[in-house]
Design a protein around this ligand. Structure first.
Ligand code: MG
Length: 157
């Protein structure tokens, strides 16, 4: 049976934090506030994968009350999720995601993000598609007060 899962995440942005997306540091004046590195793209993908596998959500597996995840690279969440999927005989066929932010432009960083995410998930970069959208200047995202990501994952036996 082919299975699909959906994931979403949002973090507030603040000065003095690094903007990490898909495990890649993107130069910007602000970064996400979070217990881990606040990588919204990795978090949304993680939730999509867990959802497709019927394994709940990221908060269940990596609670933000657990000191071992403080400041952790979110790629570790993806690596751990990959192991959970492997243990159930599930293979990642494809991941598609969109990051919603006002600035900066992410296009120049997508190749590095896909390589980084693919390495964490032990798949090929061609199995990951990344996109970016702005909020047309509206709301918290439009004021660069927040960043969000949506992802969908397809698993096969
Ligand atoms: Mg998050």
């Amino acid at each position: 049976m082919t299975r699909t899962g959906f994931g979403y995440d949002l973090h507030r942005l603040a000065r003095g934090r690094s903007l990490i997306l898909g495990g890649v540091a993107v130069p910007f004046e602000k970064g996400p506030v979070g217990h881990s590195d606040g990588d919204v793209l990795s978090h949304a993908i993680c939730d999509a994968l867990l959802g497709a596998a019927g394994l709940g959500d990221i908060g269940t597996h990596f609670p933000d009350t657990d000191p071992q995840w403080k400041g952790a690279s979110s790629l570790l969440f993806l690596e751990h999720t990959r192991e959970l999927l492997n243990g159930r005989g599930l293979r990642i066929a494809h991941v598609d995601a969109v990051v919603v932010l006002e600035q900066p432009k992410l296009g120049p960083h997508f190749a590095a993000m896909r390589r980084s995410l693919a390495a964490a998930l032990n798949i090929a970069p061609e199995q990951i598609n990344l996109k970016a959208k702005t909020s047309e200047g509206t709301g918290a995202i439009g004021r660069s007060e927040a960043i969000a990501a949506y992802a969908i994952a397809t698993l096969e036996p």
